[in-house]
Design a protein around this ligand. Structure first.
Ligand SMILES: CC(C)(COP(=O)(O)OP(=O)(O)OC[C@H]1O[C@@H](n2cnc3c(N)ncnc32)[C@H](O)[C@@H]1OP(=O)(O)O)[C@@H](O)C(=O)NCCC(=O)NCCS
Length: 190
């Protein structure tokens, strides 16, 4: 039995080992990138409006997590994406999408538990009750499960084939107006 639970920044950082275990199993990053990811997550946890949902098994072990925070100037992702959106779609579009946005930074489910609705339920839960006008995120610009999930919840592509500074892989920037549509919590064909 898997349950969802909101956790604050203090518990999130205290349980970073468990968080990174889910992240590593889901994303399979090169081992040498994991310490850097820990630092990024620690920095995320102190951003304004940080909000996290754990999916936990009966023993209280996290098998999934979703978190985000309020996007503000000075955050690397916010500034890079604001500039890119402004360049491609104009300042008005960039401000409209990112001026009052919940940055959905990470969504991961352990492979043993994928495909059972946990990812969808966590995104609905972590976006629920947010005060921001929009939610935004980046994901690999490929036909992945994540891309399918976000589109089925009402997210639209704001930018595609976007390469972050220092990177090489292509990403898509997605956004949706909040609150999520009621059907975001249900399978697309339900
Ligand atoms: C993306 C992820 C978080 C989704 O979580 P999940 O619990 O597996 O997803 P859900 O069970 O809620 O299913 C979401 C949708 O994806 C579909 N889906 C699930 N597994 C799938 C698979 N292996 N292949 C294709 N579609 C799949 C589901 O059918 C569902 O769509 P539907 O409701 O239209 O039927 C999870 O698969 C994951 O952690 N992936 C690896 C890490 C990752 O990519 N994170 C996101 C980074 S942006």
């Amino acid at each position: 039995m898997i349950g969802l639970r909101r956790v604050g920044p203090a518990e999130f950082t205290a349980r970073l080992d468990a968080v990174l275990a889910v992240y590593t199993a889901a994303m399979r990053p090169p081992k040498d990138q994991v310490p850097g990811r820990r630092t990024i997550m620690e920095n995320h946890s102190v951003q304004p409006g940080f909000s996290c949902v754990f999916a936990e098994d009966a023993a209280g072990t996290p098998v999934g997590l979703a978190y985000g925070f309020h996007g503000v100037p000075g955050q690397w992702w916010h500034d890079v994406v604001m500039r890119a959106l402004a360049d491609r779609n104009g300042e008005g579009s960039a401000r409209g999408w990112l001026g009052d946005a919940f940055d959905l930074a990470e969504v991961h489910v352990h492979p043993d538990h994928q495909g059972r609705g946990i990812g969808r339920a966590m995104v609905v839960a972590v976006c629920g009750g947010r005060p921001e006008r929009t939610a935004v995120l980046s994901t690999r610009d490929r036909p992945t499960t994540a891309r399918h999930l976000y589109h089925s919840m009402g997210f639209v592509d704001l930018l595609t084939r976007f390469v972050f500074p220092g990177g090489h892989e292509r990403y898509a920037i997605l956004g949706t107006v909040l609150p999520l549509k009621p059907m975001a919590g249900r399978p697309a064909d339900a």
